[in-house]
Structures are given as structure tokens and as C-alpha cells.
Ligand binder design. Structure first.
Ligand code: PAF
Length: 306
């Protein structure tokens, strides 16, 4: 395939070829839309990717890897890198990305939408969250481990074109368009705030947080989220949110949270975009968040120990 063929084919580009980036690649490909991938470490411009679905069926697909110079026909850039990588990965691409291209940020936590927004020069921005599970079996081999909900919605600038929105929702099972999207992202943030650091600090599976000894901490963490969200213009219901946190604890009882896994493997965690984001919004409104501050400090010292 020549460079111009590739450029022509790449209306949807996925930035970040980790487990979630590869999962979205397979889902869009199965739907009949062939996205290109833009990742740091592809050794060739074409790579065979292997995917095992929830039913255990394995397929392989050929993925085109492109670089910045091939973004000219990109209409939608789906950013699947970790929250702490978004700025460094996305900003250097903007001068090569058409001014009418749309950007979708799909990561755990919140924050990068605020730091990238001033650089988008009028481009449309959507935000999303996915609870789909994908496990990397090898660099280019993934297995889907959960069919969790994916929620996407408009954030700023021109809206995502209907055909691209349909492709996205059609390709990703159990996905929905949400307007406004920020309350959904805050709900997911609350779940991550209540579960992720606690499982990392206590070196336990999600299910162990159902124990009575964690109840006061989980209650305090969620209460602080509700207070800060309300100051930020997002109405959350404390009782409903707490119930949702316990539902997720039950549904994912045998899982190790992503933060637990990051600590376990000596990787940087997403704490800055999770508890860190809450603390920064709380500071903006001078709201005291002692429970989250304490958890943040413990997690940071665990991360430093790594
Ligand atoms: O980050 C995670 O691990 C997940 O978002 C969740 C929902 C906490 C389940 O493990």
C-alpha cells in the first residue's frame, strides 16, 4: 500500500496501540470501518494484530500503522493513551491534523480535556469513558475480558459528524451517546476514586472492598466527590453513587483494578487524573477533602516506592 492509499483509507485514526486502542481497532474493523493506528513502537507500517473475543473466538487482522505525515485525511482521531500521556502524544500532532478533524479522548480519569482545549484551534472535541476490559497477551495480541459500558458525548467546538458517530456506536457494543457527558465522566471518576487507590494500597481484589472495614472510607471518598462535583456544576446523588460503587465492586469482585495492576507491575498510575483531578478541583473552590488527600498521599508514596 502506498502512502497516498493509506492516507486515503485513514478517516479514523487511533492514537495509542495499547489494549484499549487495539480493542477499538478490532471493533471498528469488524464493523467495516478500517481505522489506522498511530503508536510509538510499531516496527513496520503494517502489523498483524490478534484478537480473542468474549466467546473465545480468535481472529487476526492486518493493521496499518501511520505517522504524523499521514494525518491529512483524518476525520476522527480517537485518543486511547493514558491520561498522563494525552498532552505529550496529542499536541505535537495538531499541526498535521486537518482543522475540521474531530478529537475523541477515551481514557480513565479527567483533566486532559482542560489542558488540551486551548490548543485545539476550533476543532471539535468529544469525551468518552469505557469500562470494556481488554487484556494484553502479547504486544499485538489481546483478549476482551469484559463488555462494560462505553459512554461518549460532545464536549466543545463542532460536533462529531453523524456518520462517524454511528460508526463508533455501531462498532462498540454496549455503547451510548450521552449529553451532557461530564456527569457520566464524574460518575466514572467517583467509581475509580473509591475503588482504584484503595485496592492498590491494600493490595487486594476489588471484591474485598465490600468488607465493613472499608465502608467509612468509601463513604467519605464518595461524599467529597459529590461536594466537589456540585461546586463544579455537576449534580451527583450521594446515595445512588455509593450504591453504584458497591455494584461495581460486586460486578468486578475477582478483578485487580487497573491501579493495583500498575503498582504491581511498577508502572506509573493514573492517580493524577483520578484523585489528583478531584483535589485540583477542590482546591479551586477551597473545599476540604481530607479523605482523598490522605489516600492520594499513600498512593503517591507507594508509587515512589516502585
Ligand atoms: O480502573 C479499573 O480497574 C476499572 O475502571 C474499575 C471499574 C475500577 C474496575 O476494576
Amino acid at each position: 500500500m502506498t502512502t497516498s492509499d493509506m492516507t486515503h483509507a485513514s478517516k479514523i485514526v487511533i492514537l495509542g496501540a495499547g489494549a484499549i486502542g487495539q480493542l477499538i481497532f478490532h471493533q471498528l474493523s469488524a464493523y467495516g470501518v478500517m481505522p489506522a493506528l498511530l503508536g510509538r513502537d510499531a516496527s513496520a507500517d503494517s502489523q498483524t494484530l490478534e484478537f480473542t473475543n468474549l466467546e473465545g473466538k480468535t481472529v487476526t487482522r492486518q493493521a496499518q500503522f501511520i505517522d504524523k505525515s499521514m494525518l491529512a485525511s483524518c476525520e476522527l482521531l480517537i485518543v486511547c493513551v493514558k491520561a498522563y500521556q494525552v498532552e505529550a502524544a496529542l499536541l505535537p500532532l495538531l499541526d498535521a491534523l486537518p482543522t475540521d478533524a474531530h478529537i475523541l479522548l477515551l481514557h480513565n480519569g479527567l483533566g486532559p480535556h482542560l489542558s488540551v482545549a486551548p490548543h485545539l484551534a476550533g476543532r471539535g472535541l468529544s469525551l468518552g469513558t469505557t469500562s470494556q476490559g481488554a487484556l494484553k497477551l502479547g504486544r499485538w495480541q489481546i483478549r476482551q475480558t469484559g463488555a462494560g459500558l462505553t459512554q461518549v458525548g460532545h464536549a466543545q467546538g463542532p460536533r462529531l459528524a453523524d456518520n462517524l458517530r454511528q460508526a463508533l456506536l455501531g462498532a462498540i457494543h454496549n455503547s451510548e451517546w450521552c449529553e451532557p457527558i461530564l456527569p457520566m465522566l464524574w460518575q466514572k471518576l467517583a467509581i475509580n476514586i473509591a475503588i482504584n487507590p484503595l485496592t492498590a494500597i491494600n493490595d487486594c481484589r476489588n471484591g474485598e472492598l465490600a468488607g465493613a472495614e472499608f465502608e467509612p472510607t468509601i463513604f467519605a471518598l464518595v461524599q467529597e466527590v459529590v461536594t466537589v462535583a456540585n461546586a463544579d456544576g455537576i449534580t451527583l446523588d450521594q446515595a445512588q453513587l455509593t450504591e453504584r460503587v458497591y455494584q461495581v465492586i460486586q460486578l468486578t469482585a475477582s478483578n485487580y483494578s487497573s491501579m493495583h495492576q500498575d503498582i504491581h507491575h511498577g508502572r506509573q498510575t493514573e492517580i493524577e487524573a483520578i484523585t489528583g483531578y478531584l483535589l485540583s478541583r477542590a482546591a479551586k473552590y477551597s473545599i476540604a477533602t481530607p479523605a482523598n488527600k490522605a489516600i492520594y498521599r499513600q498512593l503517591k508514596s507507594l508509587e515512589r516506592g516502585n
